[in-house]
Design a protein around this ligand. Structure first.
Ligand SMILES: *Cc1c(COP(=O)(O)O)cnc(C)c1O
Length: 399
């Protein structure tokens, strides 16, 4: 009998009951706007920011309308100028170069390694030969590079680092939470990330002046003193007159949904990693397939898994995808010439022309990606690995 998987790769867990109850209370109050608070009430959004800052180990936090909005706000806070070249990952998701382009700035791509992290040697070359001021570092699919080496290079070159932690919320490098190395960090609470409010995001920083600017940018209407995870009023004295209001706030309803989820974040991360390791163990040793070896210093969050079919032909990769799909296993390929769904390649972002990067193209052409929602059981994960192993093996043998 051929085994078939029947789970749904985009089905997340329900919103926890405590979050639903909190949401109902906000709905009954009618006070959904973050600054619409009763006498003596802090409001769900302000409380969430305080709790998020504490959970990430950051001094300040700002809740935003989306992860992409958090990134654009961070880029504006560090005063990226129109036409300015901003370093970022070649292997990332479209909202990352999109945020750079939204400011009229120009993404310059840094390559990807076989470990699926930013190519730090390439970054070093660019840092030594260019005059870049900002790196928007995307911890794409939760792979964290050697942050000590990256920060040493960027600090030496005077490059400010903004971290895109959409896939590393809850992760860490050498004991430091992901997002706490750079000047600012951005997170997403969109449905497919580590906490789910439909849409939403965060910005964190330890820098009072950057955060003051970010808060005004987010649309605070001079009500910044209602923020509980914000710098003191003296940091707003200058910026409030010269910083535009570009509304991108979170509301109390989403914040209410997120507060109970934040309390459960580390447990959820452990559950993702249990699933990730089951799939990884099942795939290890498959001929033609490389699992991504994770560095000992990395505390990852395995909400998705990637493997490499390195130097396979397009035809053979497509055959694996087709055969797995026929057995209910939804794989995504980052090497496809055309953007499909959430997956696209740097050379398909045509608003930001790129130089050819042969070593990066070789890796991208081999990256196969699979989501691991928490609705999958450990037995599901074993089955997924068995199916992929069998189909990769079959195609590998016949090619
Ligand atoms: C989802 C995501 C974002 C942006 O988040 P949105 O909330 O969808 O705007 C940014 N970077 C990466 C890598 C993402 O996966």
């Amino acid at each position: 009998m051929t085994e078939r998987f029947t789970g749904n790769f985009t089905q997340q867990e329900p919103i926890p009951d405590a979050a639903i109850d909190a949401a109902m209370e906000v709905l009954r109050s009618g006070r959904l706007h973050r600054y619409n608070t009763a006498e003596g009430e802090a409001g769900e959004t302000a409380l969430l920011e305080q709790e998020f800052a504490a959970a990430m180990g950051a001094r300040y936090a700002l809740a935003t309308a989306s992860g992409g909005s958090a990134i654009a706000t961070a880029l504006r806070a560090v005063q990226v100028q129109p036409g300015e070249e901003v370093l970022t990952n070649a292997f990332t998701l479209a909202p990352v170069p999109g945020a750079i382009a939204s400011l009229g700035a120009v993404p310059v791509y840094v390559g990807v390694t076989e470990g699926l992290v930013i190519d730090i040697d390439h970054l070093q070359t660019l840092a030594e030969t260019g005059t870049y001021r900002v790196l928007l570092l995307s911890h794409m699919r939760g792979h964290i590079c050697d942050m000590d080496r990256l920060m040493a290079i960027c600090d030496a070159a005077g490059i400010l680092v903004i971290e895109d932690c959409a896939h590393t919320m809850g992760g860490a490098w050498d004991g430091t939470m992901s997002g706490q190395h750079g000047a600012m960090a951005c997170y997403s609470t969109q449905t497919y990330k580590h906490m789910n409010s439909g849409e939403g995001g965060f910005l964190t920083s330890d820098d009072p002046d950057l955060m003051a600017r970010a808060i005004v940018l987010s649309g605070s209407y001079m009500l910044y003193d209602r923020h509980l995870a914000a710098p003191g009023p003296e940091h707003f004295e200058q910026v409030k007159y010269v910083t535009p209001n570009i509304s991108g706030r979170m509301d109390n309803l989403r914040a209410a949904i997120l507060r109970p989820q934040l309390r459960a974040l580390q447990d959820q991360c452990d559950r993702w990693n249990d699933r990730y390791r089951r799939v990884e163990d099942g795939l290890r040793g498959t001929p033609g397939l490389s699992v991504i070896e994770r560095p000992a210093k990395e505390r990852y969050v395995g909400s998705s898994i990637q493997f490499l079919l390195l130097d396979w032909s397009d035809k053979a990769v497509n055959e694996v995808l087709r055969r797995c799909a026929a057995r209910g296993v939804e794989l995504k390929w980052f090497g496809g010439a055309e953007p499909v769904g959430f997956t696209s390649r740097y050379d398909s972002w045509r608003y930001a022309p790129s130089q050819p990067m042969p070593r990066t193209d070789r890796v991208l052409k081999g990256i196969v990606d699979m989501r691991l929602p928490l609705t999958f059981s450990l037995q599901d994960c074993d089955l997924l690995a068995r199916i992929i192993r069998a189909e990769v093996g079959a195609v590998f043998q016949s090619s």
